[in-house]
Unconditional design. Sequence first.
Length: 157
Amino acid sequence: MSSNRRAKLPCCPGVRESFPVKMADYQIGARREEILQVGNDHAIKFLGPEGPRILSTPQMVLFMERACRNLILAMLDRGHDTVGTHVNVSHCAAAPMGATVVFAAELLAVNNRRVEFRVEARLGEKVVGEGTHQRAIIEVARFAEKVKQDHPDRTSE
């Protein structure tokens, strides 16, 4: 698969020339599942000591994103990774502490640097959450340099 990456022409700053670049082998339809036992760190606390302790929405989204990243990572060229850019999910049902939740990611499409996934969280046959997630493919070293240039007053911790 090739992309429309462009190279800067040495004679003409700001002008770029198109050329095909070898890209990773993306397996559309590939799936990955990851399992979580809902624990204290994953559960809401704001309903007080008498309220239910269930999987929080931010933690559900975190594990959906993680399944997507782990799915695509092995398909990427060396030195590349992904960062999340868009999440569109519904939290449909509660998963109490101690429950085993299966997070599934399916690779739907790759369009240049944009990767789209279908995501789902299940507790047995019950859908806990579902939706779509998009990630951007980045070249790690180049991305790190851009962040450093955009935020020179910040340091890595």
